[in-house]
Design a protein around this ligand. Structure first.
Ligand code: ADP
Length: 444
């Protein structure tokens, strides 16, 4: 009901806006007929009535339009009744006047002039009053029908042709008016729908922004709340490790606490990283990264793990051979460490890991990390970059969180790089990353 009232008000407002100056045309065209034909002299009473009706109608229309909001809201039905009265009185008076001219001056200049103007006003009305079908139709019929009837009554061949023209004009305008009316209301409904949709979208965006802010605050708190106690657990277990008063059993228990704590800390860090990336809050500062240095650093970081597993890690290039790349040092180290530790973790006994570099295309460098490990089954390969896909590792009891590769991929993409892999089950895998070179290389 509310929406109907809104549409009704909008249509009435449009009607008032479109047609209030049209009443000026009636007066202007009437003056034109009065000065170019003998109507005033021959039909003074009719001329006086027309002048009076037009002036009053025009004043009423101006009044109803200029005070629209004040007059419409208390009683919309009364506003429309008064507006219709102003329009009908003018159109009916004009219609009767045009018919009288046809009667008094059959097939003469005043009749043609008036007929021409009448058809024009009716066409204008069909367009202007398309908001309200009943007003529009009554306007067309009251303007044209009296002249058509008079022309039929005149009974000459020419006047009947003229009657036919009036009737055809009326028929055409009624049809055109119906189309315009339908189009007007369709546009009104569509605009309303668009406005509603825009409001809904706005509300949804606001909700999403609020939720996003809440999530960021939550993550910041979580990060602190989770890491602080975990670090305390790890710190104390390290202290107890060196306590010689404890039994072997105790030491074994402390070892378990330390390893579980480390795993939990890794998981927390990874989940927080992923959450930060996915919420778009991770911003990487782009800088020139020394690939030589960062590969060496990453290799030293994974060395203890390699030694522990008996894996040989080789770097297939000599130091200072590699160019500078564009990326973020800390995050690139994180990427390399993750790929290297995977290559060690998922390797076979006495296996090998080889790091090599190449140029896949001009302006790019590719770092390859190949292992001689268990490889990845073909059916698992499409899922490799999905979160928490441990791909059959739980049975192997290899420590991991299942989100390292997701983070790696996202980080590489944030650095505008690329990542990929090839793998043969039972033989090994090769993971590669590609990064853009900087323009600061000596030979660039
Ligand atoms: P995590 O190692 O913590 O489980 P990742 O996201 O780094 O998590 O790896 C996801 C899964 O991909 C691993 O669980 C493992 O099954 C598989 N994977 C990753 N790297 C290798 C590799 N070099 N060789 C064999 N499988 C691998």
């Amino acid at each position: 009901m509310e929406i109907e009232n809104k549409f009704h008000e909008k249509a009435c407002w449009d009607l008032a806006q479109r047609t209030h100056t049209a009443s000026l045309f009636y007066v202007f065209l009437w003056v034109l007929i009065a000065i170019s034909t003998p109507v005033v002299r021959d039909l003074p009473i009719i001329a006086a009535i027309i002048t009076l009706v037009f002036v009053l109608g025009m004043l009423l229309r101006f009044h109803l339009t200029s005070r629209f909001h004040r007059l419409f809201h208390p009683n919309p039905a009364r506003w429309l009744r008064q507006y219709s009265l102003a329009v009908y009185s003018m159109t009916l008076t004009w219609g009767v006047f045009a018919a009288a001219i046809n009667w008094y001056y059959p097939l003469l200049w005043p009749a043609y002039l008036t007929g021409f103007i009448t058809a024009g006003i009716a066409a204008g009305g069909a367009i202007n009053q398309s908001t309200h079908l009943h007003i529009q139709r009554s306007l067309i019929v009251t303007m044209l029908m009296p002249s058509a009837l008079v022309c039929i009554a005149l009974a000459s061949f020419e006047s009947r042709i003229l009657a036919l023209v009036y009737l055809l004009d009326m028929f055409f305008l009624v049809r055109l008016g119906a189309t315009l009316h339908r189009e007007y209301w369709e546009a009104l409904v569509n605009t309303e729908l668009l406005e509603t949709r825009a409001q809904l979208l706005d509300a949804a965006r606001l909700r999403a922004e609020t939720a996003d802010r809440a999530k960021s605050t939550f993550l910041a708190h979580m990060s602190h709340e989770l890491r602080t106690p975990l670090n305390a657990i790890l710190g104390f277990s390290q202290l107890f490790e060196h306590d010689e008063t404890l039994t072997t059993e105790h030491h074994h228990g402390i070892g378990e606490i330390k390893s579980a704590g480390k795993h939990l800390l890794e998981l927390v860090n990874d989940v927080l990283d992923l959450a930060q990336i996915e919420s778009g809050h991770m911003q990487l500062v782009s800088e020139d990264v020394n690939l030589n240095g960062i590969i060496s650093e990453s290799l030293s970081l994974v060395e203890p793990l390699a030694v522990q597993r008996g894996i040989e890690v080789r770097m297939n290039h000599t130091a200072n051979q590699l160019p500078l790349v564009r990326g973020n040092t800390t995050r690139l180290r994180q990427v390399l460490v993750n790929l290297l530790s995977n290559a060690i973790k998922y390797n076979r006994e006495q296996g090998r890991v080889e790091v090599s570099c190449g140029a896949p295309a001009e302006g790019w460098v590719r770092v390859r990390i190949a292992d001689t490990g268990i490889g990845i089954a073909e059916e698992h390969q499409p899922k490799i970059f999905r979160a928490f896909s441990r791909l059959g590792n739980p049975e192997r009891k290899i420590e991991g969180t299942g989100i390292g590769l997701v983070i790696t991929k996202q980080l590489i993409e944030l650095m505008r790089g690329r990542i990929g892999f090839t793998s043969t089950p039972g033989q090994g895998s090769e993971f590669w990353i590609e990064l853009p070179l900087t323009s600061n290389n000596p030979d660039a």
